[in-house]
Design a protein around this ligand. Structure first.
Ligand SMILES: [Zn+2]
Ligand SMILES: [Zn+2]
Length: 873
C-alpha cells in the first residue's frame, strides 16, 4: 500500500495508463484458455483494416466490446476477446498504388510478384499501427491470439471454403453483369455500391418502326447506351402495343433493326410504357436479355471509355459521348424532349466514382441456398439483434440478395484457387496446387489472375480464427461466440456473410447476439468526415484527457442502435468525474493513515452506513441487469449518479464527524468497502483509474481487473434505514436551498427546530444537521411555538429557524426596500412604453411581446419582495 504522500494530487492519465496496461500484460490478465472449467464468453473483434488508423467509430466499437469482456471476465467467465486485422484488399491496394505512383512506378510495370512483396512490406510497416492504438484505448484482447485475414490459418480456411462451395455447386464462374468501378478497375459487390439521389436528365427518344408505320417513344437517363440496345420492350398486357410485339424498330444512329419484345419487367404506367433494352449495361436489362436470348453488345470498356462498337463515338468518355449523341439525335429528329429528374445513382464506396454495370466473366457464390438458413436462424431466435428493429434490415438484405460476385481484379488478397488447362480448357479447383490437368494430363496450366473479395475471408472470421477447418479445442470451447458488436452500417457487408458462412461450414450460427451501435457524430450532429474536416481524433482525446475519459464519454452517450454526439464538454465532464473519484480516494487514504483496515463490513453499522451499503447493493443488481440488456448508457449514468452524489457528496460528508472520533475504524471499513465495490462496477468503463486506485487502497489480490464482480446480497438490503436517511437528507437539502435563496453565508450557524412524526430518526440524524445544514443546535419535537420564524416544509418534517438568526433584520429590511424601489422604477418604465399607443402599434411584435413578459416578471418579483418585507413587520 502506498503512503498518502506518495499519491499525486491528480491522476495523470498520460503518465499512468501505459504503465497500468503493461502491468496487465505482464500478469497475463487478458489471456483466455481453452478449455477451462469456467463457462466461456467470446467476442471476436471486427478486424480493422491494416490501412486504418483509430477513428471515433473504432473507439466506440472497441470500448463497447471491452466493457462487455471486462465485465464478463469479472463475473467469472473464461472471457476471450479475439483480435486481428483485415488485409482490406481494395483499400490497401489503392494505397500502395498511390504510394508507388509518387515514385513514378505502376503496378503493371513491376509485376505481380514484386507488387505483392511491396504489399507485405507495407503490411509489416503499417499493419501494427492500429493494434498499438487499440492498446492505448485499454482493449483487453488476448493478443497472443492475434490474427490476420491473410495469415496461414485464415488463408487455409479460405481455400477450404472455396473448394467446398465449388464442389457443392455453390460457387460458379460465368458471364454476368456486375458493378464495375472504372477508377479502381475492379468489380465490386452490391453491398459496396452507395446510392444517392442526384439531378439527372430524362431524354425522350423516338425509335421508328421498321415497316414505316410510325415510331415508338421511350425515355432514358443514359442515351449513350442506346448504341448497345438489342431490343425495346413493352408489358405483355399493354393493349396499346399488343399489335407491335414481334415487329422491329430501327435503332437510330446505328441503323440496325432490333425487335419489340414483351416482358413483365416493364411498368405499363411509367412513362410511355416502352423501354429500351441494353443487356450489356444495365442489370435489369441483362435479366430481360437472358429471358429473351438477346445479344449482349458492350459499347463501354473497363476504363469507362466508348469502344470500337460505338462507331464514331469510339474513344469518348461516357459523358462526352452522352453530349455528342444527344446532339446528333436532336439534329436527326429522334429527340422528343429533355426533362430534368431526380435519379438514384450508385457510386463506388471506396472512391466515389459512378458505377458502370458491366458484363464480364467473374466468379460468383450462389446465394439463395445460403440465405435461407441464415434467415431461419434469426427467426428461430438462435441469433438475436439488439435492438430488435435491425432484424428487418437483415431479413430485407437476405430476402433480396443476388448472387455474390467474389472475384476482384486486384492482386492483394487471396488468389482464386482455380487453374485452367491451356490444352483442353478444363477448370481445376483444388485444395492443393495442381501440376497437371486431370482430364488431359497436360502440364500447361495457369492460375486465375483474380483475387477474392475481402469480405470472403472476413465472413469466416468467427471460426477461421479458432483454427477451423481443424477441430481445435478453441473451436470446441469458444465457438459459437456470444456477442458481436458492430455498427449498423455493416450489417449487410459483414454480419449477413458471417451468418450464412457460419451456418454453412460449422452448422451453427456464429454468435448469439448481434449488438448494434450507431455512429459518433460531431457536436452539430453531422457525420464525421474527411471532407468536412470535422473528425475528432480519439488519440488526441486520449492524450489530453485519458482513455478513461474517452471511454466513459462514449459509453454515456450509448443507446443500442442510435447515433450519439461527441463534444469536448462531455469529455471534460468525464475527466472531472475521474478527478472526483480520485479525490474521494485520496480522502479515504488520508483518513486511513497508518491504521490497518479490515476488508469487510464492520459488525456494527450506523444508519448512514446501512443507507450507503443498501444503496450500493441495489445499484449492483441494477447495473448487472442493465449490462445483461446491453443498456450500457443507462448503467453508466446510474454509476455516475451514485458515485458523485450518494458517495462523494453525501456519504463522505456524513462520515466526517465519525472519522475524527472514537468510532473511526468502522467508518473507514465502510468507506473502503463501498469504494472497492464502486471501483469494480466502474472498472469496465474506466479501467485505468479504477485499477490505479484499487492498487493504492487496502485490497486483496493481484489486480482489480481479475477481481470478482459484486453480487447482490439480500442480507445487505436495509430499506428502513434507507428511508430514514432519505428523510434526513431531504430536510438538509431543503434548509440548504432556503439559506441559498436568502443569501445566508455558510459561517452563520443557527438553531434548528424540527417538527416531525419521525422523532427517533431526526434525533439520530441531529449530528448531520450540525455538519451539513449549519445547525448550532437541533431540537426535535412536535410543535414549536415561535413568531417570525422561517418555516421549511418537507414531506416528513417542518423545520423552523428564527428569522433573526438567519439575517440581520434591519440591514435586510433596508436592502429589500432598496430592491423594491429599484424594481418598481423598472416596472414603471416598461409600463409607460406599453401604455404608449404608438409603441404598441408600431414596434415589432417581438419587441412588444418581450416588454409584456418583462412587465409580468417584474410584477411577480415585486409581490415576492413585499411578502419578504412584511415578514419583518
Ligand atoms: Zn472505385
Ligand atoms: Zn487439360
Amino acid at each position: 500500500m502506498k503512503k498518502i504522500d506518495q499519491i499525486p494530487k491528480t491522476f495523470e492519465p498520460s503518465q499512468e495508463e501505459a504503465a497500468i496496461y503493461s502491468m496487465w500484460m505482464e500478469a497475463g490478465a487478458f489471456r483466455a484458455e481453452a478449455p477451462s472449467d469456467k463457462e466461456s464468453f467470446t467476442i471476436v473483434m471486427p478486424p480493422p483494416n491494416i490501412t486504418g488508423e483509430l477513428h471515433m467509430g473504432h473507439a466506440l466499437d472497441n470500448t463497447l466490446q471491452d466493457i462487455l469482456i471486462r465485465w464478463r471476465r469479472m463475473q467469472g467467465f473464461e472471457a476471450l476477446w479475439m483480435p486481428g486485422t483485415d488485409h482490406a484488399s481494395i483499400a490497401t491496394e489503392a494505397r500502395i498504388v498511390e504510394e508507388m505512383s509518387k515514385e513514378g512506378i505502376s503496378k503493371e510495370a513491376i509485376g505481380r510478384e514484386k507488387f505483392l512483396k511491396r504489399a507485405w512490406e507495407w503490411k509489416e510497416k503499417y499493419g501494427s499501427r492500429i493494434i498499438s492504438q487499440l492498446k492505448k484505448l485499454g482493449s483487453s484482447c488476448d493478443w497472443e491470439r492475434e490474427r490476420f485475414t491473410m495469415d496461414e490459418g485464415c488463408s487455409h480456411a479460405v481455400r477450404e471454403v472455396f473448394v467446398r462451395l465449388y464442389e457443392k455447386g455453390l460457387i460458379y464462374r460465368g458471364e454476368r453483369i456486375i458493378n464495375w468501378c472504372t477508377q479502381c478497375k475492379t468489380s465490386i459487390s452490391d453491398a459496396e455500391v452507395e446510392f444517392e439521389e442526384k439531378d439527372a436528365a430524362f431524354y425522350h427518344l423516338r425509335y421508328p418502326l421498321a415497316d414505316g408505320s410510325g415510331y415508338l417513344e421511350l425515355a432514358t437517363t443514359r442515351p449513350e447506351t442506346m448504341l448497345g440496345d438489342t431490343a425495346v420492350a413493352v408489358h405483355p398486357e399493354d393493349e396499346r402495343y399488343a399489335n407491335l410485339v414481334g415487329k422491329n424498330v430501327v435503332l437510330p444512329i446505328v441503323n440496325k433493326e432490333i425487335p419489340v419484345i414483351a416482358d413483365t419487367y416493364v411498368e405499363m404506367d411509367f412513362g410511355t410504357g416502352v423501354v429500351k433494352i441494353t443487356p450489356a449495361h444495365d442489370p435489369n436489362d441483362f435479366e430481360v436479355g437472358l429471358r429473351h436470348d438477346l445479344p449482349v453488345v458492350t459499347v463501354i470498356d473497363e476504363k469507362g471509355v466508348m469502344n470500337e462498337l460505338a462507331g464514331r463515338y469510339q474513344g469518348m468518355t461516357i459523358m462526352e459521348c452522352r453530349k455528342a449523341i444527344v446532339k446528333d439525335l436532336e439534329e436527326q429528329g429522334f429527340l422528343v424532349k429533355t426533362e430534368p429528374m431526380k435519379h438514384n445513382v450508385g457510386s463506388c464506396y471506396r472512391c466515389g466514382t459512378v458505377i458502370e454495370p458491366r458484363v464480364s466473366l467473374q466468379w460468383f457464390v450462389k446465394m439463395k441456398p445460403l440465405a435461407e438458413p441464415a434467415i431461419e436462424a434469426v427467426k428461430k431466435g438462435d441469433t438475436r439483434f439488439v435492438p430488435e428493429r435491425f432484424e428487418k434490415v437483415y431479413y430485407h438484405w437476405l430476402e433480396n440478395i443476388r448472387d455474390w460476385c467474389i472475384s476482384r481484379q486486384l492482386w492483394w488478397g487471396h488468389r482464386i484457387p482455380a487453374w485452367y488447362c491451356e490444352d483442353c480448357g478444363e477448370t481445376i479447383v483444388s485444395r492443393k496446387d495442381p501440376t497437371e490437368c486431370p482430364k488431359c494430363g497436360s502440364k500447361h496450366l495457369h492460375q486465375d489472375e483474380d483475387t477474392l473479395d475481402t469480405w470472403f475471408s472476413s465472413a469466416l472470421w468467427p471460426f477461421s480464427t479458432m483454427g477451423w477447418p481443424a477441430q481445435t479445442p478453441e473451436l470446441e470451447y469458444f465457438y459459437p461466440t456470444d456477442t458481436l458488436v458492430t455498427g449498423y452500417d455493416i450489417i449487410f457487408f459483414w454480419v449477413v456473410r458471417m451468418m450464412f458462412s457460419g451456418l454453412e461450414h460449422t452448422g451453427k450460427a456464429p454468435f448469439r447476439t448481434v449488438f448494434i451501435h450507431g455512429l459518433v457524430r460531431d457536436a452539430q450532429g453531422r457525420k464525421m468526415s474527411k471532407s468536412l474536416g470535422n473528425g475528432i481524433d480519439p488519440l488526441e482525446i486520449i492524450e489530453k484527457y485519458g482513455a478513461d475519459a474517452l471511454r466513459f464519454t462514449l459509453a454515456t452517450g450509448n443507446s443500442p442502435g442510435n447515433d450519439m454526439r461527441f463534444t469536448d464538454e462531455k469529455v471534460e465532464a468525464s475527466r472531472n468525474f475521474a478527478n472526483k473519484i480520485w479525490n474521494a480516494a485520496r480522502f479515504i487514504l488520508m483518513n486511513i493513515g497508518d491504521n490497518p483496515v479490515e476488508l469487510c463490513l464492520p459488525d456494527m453499522l450506523e444508519m448512514e452506513d446501512k443507507w450507503i451499503v443498501s444503496r450500493f447493493n441495489s445499484l449492483t443488481a441494477e447495473i448487472t441487469d442493465n449490462l445483461e440488456k446491453f443498456e450500457l448508457g443507462i448503467a453508466v449514468q446510474k454509476l455516475y449518479d451514485f458515485i458523485w452524489d450518494n458517495f462523494c457528496d453525501w456519504y463522505i460528508e456524513l462520515c466526517k464527524a465519525r472519522l475524527q472520533g472514537e468510532n473511526a475504524a468502522g467508518a473507514r471499513q465502510v468507506l473502503v468497502y463501498v469504494m472497492t465495490g464502486m471501483l469494480k462496477l466502474l472498472h469496465p468503463f474506466m479501467p485505468f483509474i479504477t485499477e490505479e486506485i484499487w492498487q493504492t487502497i487496502p485490497h486483496e489480490g493481484e489486480t482489480l481487473m481479475k477481481s470478482e464482480w459484486p453480487k447482490y446480497d439480500a442480507f445487505l438490503n436495509f430499506p428502513a434505514e434507507e428511508k430514514e436517511m432519505e428523510r434526513i437528507m431531504e430536510a438538509i437539502r431543503a434548509i440548504r436551498n432556503r439559506r441559498a435563496e436568502m443569501n445566508v453565508p455558510p459561517s452563520k450557524k443557527t438553531p434548528v427546530y424540527i417538527e416531525t412524526a419521525f422523532k427517533p430518526t431526526f434525533e439520530r440524524g441531529a449530528v448531520f444537521f450540525e455538519r451539513l445544514a449549519w445547525a448550532r443546535s437541533v431540537d426535535v419535537g412536535e410543535n414549536f411555538e415561535m413568531d417570525g420564524a422561517v418555516s421549511i416544509i418537507t414531506a416528513d418534517a417542518t423545520i423552523k429557524i428564527p428569522m433573526e438568526e438567519l439575517v440581520d433584520k434591519q440591514a435586510e429590511s433596508a436592502r429589500l426596500s432598496r430592491e423594491k424601489e429599484d424594481v418598481q422604477k423598472q416596472l414603471d418604465g416598461v409600463m409607460a412604453r406599453l401604455n404608449n399607443q404608438a409603441f404598441v402599434s408600431k414596434a415589432p411584435q417581438k419587441v412588444v411581446e418581450a416588454a409584456r413578459e418583462n412587465a409580468a416578471r417584474l410584477k411577480e418579483k415585486l409581490v415576492l419582495l413585499e411578502q419578504s418585507l412584511s415578514a419583518f413587520g
